[in-house]
Design a protein around this ligand. Structure first.
Ligand SMILES: [Zn+2]
Ligand SMILES: [Zn+2]
Length: 71
């Protein structure tokens, strides 16, 4: 097993669902595509954007807590 990098430590996960798109580039996310989810705002960012260092380009609204779920 290679040593695990601690920099750039996105936790990639799959969503298992269709219908979402990357919050940065707008690419449709498939159920098996690896994405990172922003812990602050819940934005979904595709792996390509994360590896390009563009994770911070998504619009991150810091609500504090997410009790106001009007969409
Ligand atoms: Zn993207
Ligand atoms: Zn965010």
């Amino acid at each position: 097993m290679p040593y695990k990098h601690e920099d750039n430590a996105f936790e990639y996960r799959t969503l298992g669902t269709d219908g979402l798109a990357c919050d940065v580039c707008g690419k449709p996310i498939g159920p098996d595509d690896q994405v990172a989810v922003c812990p602050d705002c819940g934005a979904v960012v595709c792996k390509d954007c994360c590896e390009d260092g563009r994770f911070d380009e998504h619009e991150c609204d810091e609500w504090g807590d997410m009790d106001e779920g009007s969409d």
